[in-house]
Design a protein around this ligand. Structure first.
Ligand code: CU
Length: 283
């Protein structure tokens, strides 16, 4: 397995972009086949999504084998409404930092100012589908104030606070396709979810030869149905042939019996005539 030494940075905004449960405006469309074994049949093209508009797709992130992945889980922009607890399958992640909004005693929230949601719009007017750090030096996570790289707690679910963010870290060393989603089920089924295609270039070797695929039963059933049809056609043909043969046979026997009867009748008739002739009195 060839391992990457890269560190990848992903900003993921969980919220209701344009009113829809989504991540970065991508409303998750559930694949109809196994994404692990039939990836070519999964529509993960999210190119119709823009910085401000939503789209439906099987949203996925490709993670290179062995790379460090920094994820900034956001809850900002026009789609921010409540906090979301975000769960990741396949990993426990290190929680490097949590940032909360400022909340006044009378309940007013001031969102974090660490994130830039848009080049042209203020954060409160942007969907925040394509966020970045305001301070670009933070792209190296070690430069972020308050980051814990020493004894970060490990979790697989964490609350992403309304108006704030959480920085988590994983190593892409667990090949597979892993689901990551809001654990409020309504949000998840509506589309606040994505797939982590982790070390995807190596996952093929874990698939056993001959493993049945989704929809393969259709081919099998078609085969069985065809075979059954052929068999039924064949048996129909056979029974028709047998039926015709029987009728012809019976007819032949009847005709033969008729011929025998006619011959017997003729012979009997001529014998009687001769006898009558023989016994005719001579005048
Ligand atoms: Cu949620």
């Amino acid at each position: 397995m060839q391992e990457s030494t890269e560190t990848a940075l992903h900003f993921l905004n969980f919220g209701f972009s344009k009113g829809k449960s989504s991540i970065n405006g991508r409303i998750f469309r559930w694949p109809t086949v196994s994404a692990l074994t039939q990836p070519s049949e999964v529509d993960n093209d999210c190119s119709k999504c823009t910085d401000e508009d939503t789209c439906h797709c099987s949203h996925s992130l490709n993670l290179k084998t062995g790379s460090d992945i920094i994820m900034v889980l956001l809850n900002l922009g026009t789609g921010a409404f409540i906090s979301h607890h975000i769960h990741m399958h396949g990993h426990t992640y290190k929680v490097l930092k949590m940032e909360f909004p400022e909340v006044t005693i009378d309940g007013n929230f001031t969102f974090t100012n660490d994130i830039e949601c848009s080049d042209t719009l203020p954060n409160v007017k942007s969907s925040c589908n394509n966020a970045r750090w305001k301070n670009s030096s933070w792209n190296d996570y070690k430069n972020i104030p308050g980051i814990n790289t020493i004894d970060a707690v490990r979790k697989d679910t964490i609350v992403v606070p309304y108006g704030g963010y959480v920085i988590i870290k994983i190593k892409a060393a667990n090949p597979g396709v892993w689901f990551m989603h809001c654990h409020i089920d309504k949000h998840m089924v509506e589309g606040m979810a994505l797939m982590l295609n982790e070390s995807f270039e190596n996952t093929g070797r874990f698939i056993p030869n001959g493993l049945p695929t989704c929809h393969s039963y259709l081919t099998e059933m078609s085969g069985k149905l065809s075979a059954s049809s052929v068999s039924q056609t064949s048996s129909t043909t056979d029974s028709t042939t047998y039926g015709l043969g029987s009728v012809v046979g019976i007819l032949l026997v009847v005709i033969l019996l008729l011929i025998v009867y006619i011959i017997w009748k003729k012979r009997t008739g001529s014998t009687t005539s001769n006898d009558m002739a023989m016994h005719q009195p001579r005048l």
